[in-house]
Design a protein around this ligand. Structure first.
Ligand code: AMP
Ligand code: GLY
Length: 424
């Protein structure tokens, strides 16, 4: 089988790694890929959002399965385009990708199917949004409706901050058209959890729950990032709580959409807050999380290519997924200054030595090879992942590996997985 993976992060390297373990897979192309995917297949110089060129490539090479990593090609309708030409592609169509690309669409569906989420109001005019603030208690959360690279959510502790957020999003148009409409919603408190599930439109199979670390620095300080590390499984929900969550969130959504003749196919990712009154959905994403994929996929036993094909073909019912019971911890190594300004082109040393340790996996993100050297080429540079029996020893193991790797300005959190307080 010929597979095309769209994207260039550590999530995509991890997907390529897992897919390459399938006996069904002969070759994996990555578009555009990175230094890591190049070692497992062929990189193709096409950007992830260049749908026309991706389609042309897939038709020319007779690709049997395309797997889409990031949200933008899904939001732009890559699945519809490929399916129109008879190509198999893993992910939701453009209409259902709105679960991520329009927060209003997602909130309305949650309301319709009684899925727990913060109370909210929608506004398309800044003056009406500001007037609404007169009767609010604070803090409130203000969200741009559209895609804003994870930056379109502003938590406002008072009226002044909320007015400023409305101006930034709706008047200054910091996120462009993504801010034409906004949501103002209640602020929730609790620990955050990421739960992902395969869905073929009828059957839902959850993956193990994980916890991301979005802030740049230890103890959740500093600005929000794409994610600085993750661990799985999490002790935030016990088995019963986890099953209830799937029945409360995933099954009603997929079944409700199915009744409307809309089959959600691909990965459905719920970002949740575990509040005093139970789990509440903060957002849906329509793809694997990054770095969540790096701690969940290494625990997947079995053939990812087969599971993905079954998802696309509506045959997930026939699939049973087993999980490696061990703990998995991922630490993201970033360029100094990330998520703000950072320099590129720094030589990365020590990967081979770090990999000599047992059960260490290293996934590339912003790396590129030049003159036989591996150089940094992005904000998040590498994901260092360890598997181990207990979470505490796995954390120690992953940081031993991290200590063997170096590049100028290397920045990372030293507390990944502490949120679990080592209950597991
Ligand atoms: P989102 O892109 O909607 O997941 O939001 C990004 C981040 O904002 C989340 O990971 C939370 O940390 C925070 N957030 C979003 N919605 C809320 C909310 N209603 N209450 C508190 N924090 C929130
Ligand atoms: N780690 C958060 C995300 O992938 O959206």
């Amino acid at each position: 089988m010929k597979v095309l993976v769209v994207g260039s992060g550590a999530r995509e390297h991890c997907l390529v790694d897992k897919l390459s373990q399938s006996s069904k897979v002969d070759i994996i192309y990555s578009a555009p890929g990175n230094g890591g995917t190049a070692q497992l297949g062929k990189n193709v110089d096409i950007k992830a959002d260049d749908l026309e060129s991706l389609l042309e490539f897939a038709l020319n090479k007779k690709i049997d399965l395309t797997v889409v990593g990031p949200e933008i090609p899904l939001a732009k309708g890559i699945v519809d385009k490929f399916k129109d030409q008879g190509l198999k592609i893993f992910g939701p169509n453009k209409e259902l990708a709105k679960l991520e690309s329009s927060k209003i669409f997602a909130k309305k569906l949650m309301q319709k199917y009684n899925i727990p989420t913060a109370d909210f109001e929608v506004f398309n005019q800044p003056d009406l949004a500001k007037k609404h603030l007169e009767k609010r208690e604070f803090p409130v959360v203000i969200k741009a409706d559209g895609l804003a690279a994870g930056k379109g959510v502003i938590i406002c502790k008072d009226r002044k901050e909320a007015d400023a957020a409305i101006e930034t999003i709706m008047i200054d148009k910091k996120f462009g058209g993504a801010g034409d409409k906004i949501i103002i919603e209640d602020c929730l408190f609790g620990q955050e959890l990421s739960v992902l599930a395969f869905s073929d439109g009828e059957t839902v199979i959850p993956l193990v729950g994980s916890q991301d670390h979005k802030r740049a620095f230890d103890n959740d300080q500093g600005p929000n990032t794409g994610g600085m590390g993750a661990y799985a499984p999490t002790p935030l929900l016990d088995k019963q709580g986890f099953n209830q969550l799937i029945d409360l969130v995933f099954r009603p959504l997929v079944a409700g959409l199915n009744k409307e003749n809309k089959k959600y196919k691909g990965i459905l990712y719920a970002g949740l807050m575990i509040t005093n009154s139970g789990p509440s959905v903060l957002e849906f994403n329509v793809r694997f999380g990054d770095p969540e994929a790096q701690v969940v996929l290494p625990k997947l036993k079995g053939d990812l290519a087969e599971i993905m094909l079954k998802t696309v073909d509506g045959k997930l019912k026939e699939t049973k997924i087993e999980w490696d019971k061990r703990a998995c911890v991922c630490v993201v190594l970033a360029s100094g200054g990330y998520p703000g300004k950072y320099e590129k082109g720094k030589e990365i040393k020590g990967i081979e030595v770090a990999k000599e340790q047992k059960d260490i996996l290293i996934y590339h993100a912003g790396t590129k090879e030049k003159d036989d050297k591996l150089l940094t080429s992005g904000g998040r540079v590498l994901s260092v992942v360890a598997l181990g029996d207990k979470l505490k020893e796995t954390k120690d193991k992953v940081y031993q590996a991290v200590n063997k790797i170096s590049f100028e300005g290397m920045q990372y959190r030293t507390d990944i997985s502490n949120k679990a307080k080592f209950k597991i």
